[in-house]
Design a protein around this ligand. Structure first.
Ligand code: PHE
Length: 335
């Protein structure tokens, strides 16, 4: 019993158990002597020897539990994790400036009651050109350096949409006026230099209702540009222009000034073209199955990437799509 109490490892305790209760153990040997005893003797010795076996077994079981607990405690101590240590920092992504600007625009126009509409980037020629008053062989089709997709025999080639204006058509052919939508998204033109990338982003606006006029267009653009550039001194200049799908067509310039050697939007030290727009051509309204004597409205389109550059002071459009982490960390927005 003293050895059991002094055993300080599970191995040592096991050796003691074998020495007492194993096949050759001392208690086992005593148990074996019972067989050679007389009945009287066995009656006297039986309970004593069996009692000894039970006492030894119980002492070993108790000691074993104590030693196991000690082993577990030692393991828990050695494998402990300090939950108060700061975790190593993981690289974190950011919102791309183009996504940020599209979100800002959607929010500004939502306040003016515009819903967001979308259309496919692979578009058919009817939506991208024909319904926008650019019939086949119309010279204006050559204004866009269009990417054409390979077509099956006898089918018309589809295109990568060259502007977001086909979403005007998709909206007017799928919902009844009054319509107030914006359509942000990717567009494609075969063009590449410091200010042009073959893929870029536009946002389209379309309002169709009764008695909509150019004054509504001007107010809408002025309100949107003031909210976007967060300045009250925004000046607009509307110049007559030409788009096949608007009549009249107007190009919109916004005034800028020079602050600390940099061009910033606001004031009118110079003018910068930011938008194409106009009253939706009656042929476009007709092509969508609406009566142009009842319904009319305005449309506008502008480059999201350009707006981002002007607002956040980036100078090379190509950097937008290089995926350079240093650029993204500098201009990206924490989500
Ligand atoms: N789709 C024209 C462009 O890409 C812009 C525009 C949109 C002009 C709507 C007028 C009305 O240049």
């Amino acid at each position: 019993m003293a050895d059991i109490g002094a055993a300080d490892s599970l191995d040592a305790l096991e050796a003691i158990r074998v020495g007492a209760l194993g096949k050759q153990g001392r208690v086992t040997a005593l148990l074996k002597t019972l067989g050679g005893m007389s009945a009287d003797e066995r009656q006297a010795q039986g309970p004593r020897i069996n009692g000894l076996r039970e006492t030894v077994t119980a002492a070993i079981t108790t000691r074993k539990a104590a030693l196991e607990e000690r082993v577990l405690a030692a393991r828990l101590a050695s494998e402990a994790i300090d939950l108060t240590l700061p975790a190593p920092e993981l690289p974190q992504g950011s919102v791309h400036p183009v996504s940020q600007v599209m979100d800002e625009l959607a929010e500004i126009f939502a306040d003016l009651g515009f819903a967001v509409a979308t259309g496919p980037e692979i578009e058919d020629q009817w939506h991208n050109f024909t319904a926008l008053n650019m019939p086949e062989s119309h010279p204006a089709r050559a204004m866009h350096d269009t990417f054409y997709l390979r077509a099956d025999e006898g089918e018309e080639a589809r295109v990568l949409r060259t502007h977001t204006s086909p979403v005007q058509i998709r909206t007017m052919t799928s919902q009844l006026p009054p319509i107030r939508i914006i359509a942000p998204g990717r567009v494609y033109r075969s063009d590449s230099d410091a200010t042009h990338t073959p893929m870029f982003h536009q946002i389209e606006g379309l309002v169709i209702d009764k008695a909509i006029h150019l004054g509504h267009l001007r107010w809408t653009l002025e309100t949107f540009l003031k909210a976007f550039f967060e300045r009250d001194d925004i000046q607009l200049r509307l110049r007559p222009s030409y788009f096949p799908f608007t009549e009249p067509s107007v190009e919109v310039d916004v005034g800028y000034s020079i602050e600390k050697g940099r061009r910033v939007i606001g004031g009118a030290e110079g003018w910068m073209e930011v938008l194409g727009s106009g009253m939706v051509h009656r042929r476009v309204i007709e092509a969508c199955g609406l009566d142009p004597d009842v319904w009319q409205g305005f449309a506008f389109g502008t480059g999201v990437d350009r707006l981002a550059m002007l607002k956040y002071g980036m100078d090379d459009l190509r950097a937008f799509f290089d995926g350079d982490l240093r650029w993204l960390r500098h201009y990206g927005f924490r989500s």
